[in-house]
Design a protein around this ligand. Structure first.
Ligand SMILES: Nc1ncnc2c1ncn2[C@@H]1O[C@H](COP(=O)(O)OP(=O)(O)OP(=O)(O)O)[C@@H](O)[C@H]1O
Length: 229
């Protein structure tokens, strides 16, 4: 739940009074042009960037009061970074499992790596990964511990069709177990396929909160373009 969120970086107002509710079992797309405030909103929800003002509850936890608790509750795929270049995918998963005291995690780890076609490179350091391979691993790491809130920032960026399909599956699995999913993307078609609701940001403010299906077809494309300009 986000209510009247403001985030300011010096002179820049990155988020200006945004409010919305991402419900359990639903997937919400966060859309908007470059610099609209999508990643900043995601970072606040992940407990990485503190709100300047406003109220943000993630899985019932107040992000201002307990950012560490929020970090524990979410699975977060950041738009950039987040991977250790000298570690392999398997080591990333091992570390995540250890930090969260997960037991019997190996079968799920193997399954996710296979689904995202990273099984063959599970023991290769990520330094040599392509951009798309890195994105796929970041989605796996976000979903691995089956969080109550799944935050995917640009998960489709540079990802091939197999990775896109695997990401759709991750989103529907999360929804099926009652998690709330928030996904930012520039790709309207993929947002429609993956999400039930769409929020459009412009200049840091929310300009639409709509059914994702209303973005379908030519009429949807026109409506979307009008919201962006
Ligand atoms: N750490 C920061 N310091 C200063 N300004 C920032 C910082 N992070 C974001 N901004 C600014 O806040 C605004 C919103 O940026 P944000 O990254 O949230 O947009 P976005 O919608 O995710 O864009 P994109 O689609 O390009 O990823 C931009 O004007 C950006 O320059």
């Amino acid at each position: 739940m986000v209510d009247d969120l403001h985030v300011r970086f010096g002179e820049v107002e990155a988020v200006v009074g945004v409010g919305f509710e991402a419900l359990p079992g639903r997937a919400t797309a966060l859309l908007g042009r470059n610099g609209a405030g999508k990643s900043t909103t995601m970072r606040v929800l992940a407990g990485v960037v503190p709100p300047t003002s406003g109220r943000v509850l993630v899985a019932g936890i107040d992000v201002t009061k307990d950012p560490l608790g929020v970090k524990r509750a979410v699975g977060y795929c950041p738009d950039v970074g987040g991977l250790v270049p000298r570690a392999t995918p398997w080591e990333h998963l091992q570390l995540s499992a250890a930090l969260r005291r997960m037991t019997d995690w190996e079968a799920r780890a193997r399954d996710l790596l296979e689904r995202f076609e990273l099984g063959d490179v599970a023991h290769r350091v990520t330094a040599g990964f392509s951009h798309g391979m890195g994105r796929r691993l970041s989605v796996i790491l976000a979903a691995f511990h089956e969080p109550d809130v799944l935050l995917l920032d640009e998960p489709f960026d540079g990802v091939d069709p197999i990775g896109v399909e695997a990401t759709f599956d991750v989103v529907s699995d999360a929804r099926a177990r009652g998690a709330a999913v928030l996904l930012s993307t520039h790709l309207r078609e993929l947002a429609i396929e993956a999400c039930t609701t769409a929020l459009v940001l412009r200049g840091g403010a929310r300009v639409a909160d709509m059914d994702a299906l209303d973005l379908r077809g030519e009429a949807g494309a026109d409506a979307y373009r009008a919201l962006l300009d």
